[in-house]
Design a protein around this ligand. Structure first.
Ligand code: IMP
Ligand code: MG
Length: 184
């Protein structure tokens, strides 16, 4: 692909696997013996969520799974600042414990929007789990309950995260060279 270049490889598959195993352990300590609903934000969370639920199985946590499609980014790498729901979740969350799962917590707008929808639908509580957290980019106050890795303000792709719809299938996480991608 023209002009799609990696600046730095950040986390290889074995490091990602080890971190997901540890996160599942943390979640299992929280939800021991109870069934929890996981709602993934599409499309970025699909790889992380698929690995996470299988580790939760090994930790004895039963889950129900649904997804919601939210959009805030266009074909660019800068948030437009407005999140809208392209497709809501359909699972019944009333009276249930929910964990919202996303690939990355950036400005916080996406998770705030999603969390509000889940709580307004009657969930008893909604914790949040993200693979990556960019705390320096936060615009709205939002902290995730379960965080895989902290990252600085760089653009990350792979393991579900995309640039213009590409790179999601990479089995590792990498920092993209945005200057090269934009042809600069
Ligand atoms: P927020 O609403 O600003 O927190 O943005 C969260 C969404 O922005 C994530 O679900 C990602 O889809 C996208 N995003 C933010 N930073 C990155 C990145 O470094 N790589 C790929 N997608 C990103
Ligand atoms: Mg996303």
């Amino acid at each position: 692909m023209k002009n799609l270049s990696v600046k730095k490889r950040l986390f290889e598959a074995d490091a990602l696997r080890a971190r997901v195993v540890a996160l599942a352990g943390d979640m299992a300590a929280q939800y021991a013996g109870r069934e929890v609903i996981l709602i993934g934000v599409l499309r970025g969370s699909f790889v992380f969520l698929a690995d996470l639920v299988r580790e939760l199985y090994h930790h004895g946590v039963a889950v129900q799974i649904d997804f919601m499609t939210l959009e805030s980014y266009g074909s660019n790498t800068v948030s437009k600042g407005v999140v809208h729901s392209a497709k809501p979740f359909s699972i019944e969350v009333s009276g249930r414990e929910v964990v919202l799962v996303d690939d990355i917590l950036d400005t916080g707008r996406t998770l705030e929007f999603a969390r509000r929808q889940i709580l307004e639908s009657g969930a008893v509580h909604c914790r949040t789990c993200v693979l990556l957290d960019k705390p320096s980019r936060r615009v709205v106050p939002m902290e995730a309950d379960f965080v895989g890795f902290l990252v600085p303000d760089i653009f990350v792709v792979g393991y579900g995260l995309d640039f213009n719809g590409r790179c999601r299938e990479w089995p590792f996480l990498a920092e993209l060279n945005l200057e090269a991608c934009h042809g600069g």
